[in-house]
Design a protein around this ligand. Sequence first.
Ligand code: CA2
Length: 146
Amino acid sequence: MADAPLIFVLNGPNLNLLGTREPEIYGSDTLDEIAGRIEDRASAAGAEVEIRQSNNEGVLVDWMHEAQSDGAKAILLNAAGFTHTSVALHDAIKAIAVPVIEVHLSNPHAREEFRHKSLIGQAAYGTVAGFGALSYLLALDAALAL
Ligand code: CA2
């Protein structure tokens, strides 16, 4: 659709293995299954989504720049482990005008102390966390409402 708002959904390290281990924390859906649900909801809302996963911090930074140059209206970002460490991703959020919504399957605040600090959340427009795969759909609704 020519005028459909474009939303990037970027996923960080190890999320390609989702559904294989720790289902009690992350659920049993694979990333492909979650992506399918995001695509269905986006298409029902007349939006277009670009869903990607990388284990490489620099690739995620490049994709955030690409989202801006492609005219994306929002980015949903599950930076996974980089959430708690990445100044580069924090800076990338600040460096682009596209609103970034931080997404997590689990609730990092209810877990180990090292997960309580989010360098992404300190720069993001908002955060959706703790609802499993539903976190992505809630974040998509928020992005579409912006
Ligand atoms: O809850 C989330 O979405 C997280 O971003 C997931 C990250 C974690 O480091 C964050 O604190 C919270 C970890 C993703 C690891 O993915 C796995 C995939 C398969 C099996 C186990 C973990």
